[in-house]
Design a protein around this ligand. Structure first.
Ligand SMILES: NC(=O)c1ccc[n+]([C@@H]2O[C@H](COP(=O)([O-])OP(=O)(O)OC[C@H]3O[C@@H](n4cnc5c(N)ncnc54)[C@H](O)[C@@H]3O)[C@@H](O)[C@H]2O)c1
Ligand SMILES: [Zn+2]
Ligand SMILES: [Zn+2]
Length: 338
């Protein structure tokens, strides 16, 4: 099969012929129909993820049709249309049994722990726990986006941030994660403040429901306070500067949700966290069992993840698109069709 292969961190990946994944017990192999390009793929390519072993095939935000079913997998057949959370949980550990598959210690992530979906085929381990059946009327490109960024934002805004109607939510960074967060928080009735350096991204944020947009500058925090301060801030970029601004922009007792990765770590003003009773919340993916609530909101048209897709590219253009993330992000979500 054809796949995007990283042989060296930070060096342009190549399209190469590689062996198709074998179907292991308890797993399925999918024919990849669509897969999203997420900044986490860029972090992996840059060498920020210690789980990756070279040579490597990235890609973790995917939808496809089942091409092979491993021994012990029941209820799934060749041809079924599916997606999976990028965190493929084991289903058997204490965290999984408590319903928190997103922090399963045995989790396997396609495109990080093993070869991912920037290829014609990809394996999904622990299929019984992780496969999500696609509604008949959902296309593969839309479904691919649910595997990482949209679902991650759904959990971050709804389950972790517990955003409710009437709250002001400041979303820092309006890429795939941030625009999803804008759309989801708006659907929950929040007043969304979207912040980005890219005017095109802010234009899309307005389209997806942001009540206010702020071009990121030294003045961002003051502008958020002019609007009354934020009940909830979301770092949808992964930046020390953004974290500091977000904590300054919160109202007393506000909640900060961290989605963006911070490979270099971050220093927190703990005195401020205590004195203002601020809450720092990490958020990681979303388990498969939480998808039905999100899919129901898509079915009723309250959420429209398909509107986030601005670009569809073939596998051949993927190495260049991945490398281009070094210089910034094109507005909206990029989907690859291998
Ligand atoms: N926690 C999780 O489970 C999880 C899941 C998916 C992605 N992530 C992480 O979330 C982050 C966002 O991913 P993405 O794919 O949406 O990234 P992206 O690159 O598509 O989006 C980043 C956005 O931030 C904007 N930006 C740049 N500098 C800025 C600044 N100073 N202030 C405000 N905005 C600025 C960019 O213009 C862009 O629109 C990444 O770190 C990614 O690795 C985490
Ligand atoms: Zn587990
Ligand atoms: Zn991702």
């Amino acid at each position: 099969m054809r796949a995007v292969v990283i042989s060296e961190y930070g060096v342009l990946p190549e399209i190469r012929e590689v062996a198709e994944p074998a179907v292991a017990d308890g797993s399925v192999v999918l024919k990849v129909e669509a897969t999203g390009l997420c900044r986490s793929d860029w972090h992996g390519w840059m060498g920020h993820d210690s789980d990756i072993v070279l040579p490597h095939v990235p890609g973790h935000e995917l939808a496809g049709t089942i091409a092979a079913v491993g021994a012990g997998v029941s209820g799934w057949a060749v041809g079924d249309r599916v997606t999976t959370p990028f965190i493929c949980a084991c289903g058997a550990c204490e965290q999984c049994l408590e319903g928190n598959q997103q922090v399963c210690p045995n989790q396997l992530q396609p495109g990080f722990n093993y070869w991912g979906s920037f290829a014609e085929y990809v394996a999904v381990p622990y299929a019984a726990v992780n496969l999500v059946r696609l509604p008949d009327d959902m296309d593969f490109a839309t479904a691919a986006g649910l595997g990482c960024r949209f679902a991650t934002s759904f959990r971050a805004v709804h389950q972790v941030g517990q955003v409710v109607a009437g709250e002001r939510v400041a979303v820092f960074g309006c890429g795939g994660v941030g625009l999803s967060a804008v759309m989801i928080a708006t659907a929950l009735g929040a007043e969304v403040i979207a912040i980005d350096t890219n005017p095109e991204a802010l234009h899309l944020a307005r389209e997806y429901g942001a009540a206010h947009t702020i071009h990121a500058s030294a003045d961002t925090v003051a502008q958020i306070h002019d609007l009354g301060g934020a009940h909830v801030t979301i770092d949808a970029l992964g930046s020390n500067d953004v974290v500091q601004q977000a904590l300054q922009a919160l109202r007393p007792r506000g909640r900060h949700v961290q989605i963006g990765l911070l490979p270099q770590g971050v220093q927190l003003d703990v005195g401020r966290l205590i004195g203002q009773e601020l809450t720092w919340l990490g958020s990681h993916g979303m388990p498969a069992h939480a998808y039905p609530e999100m899919l129901a909101l898509v079915a009723t048209g309250n959420l429209n993840p398909q509107h986030l897709i601005t670009r569809t590219i073939p596998l051949e253009q993927t190495p260049a698109a991945l490398a281009a993330l070094t210089n910034g992000t094109p507005a909206g979500v990029t989907i690859i069709t291998p």
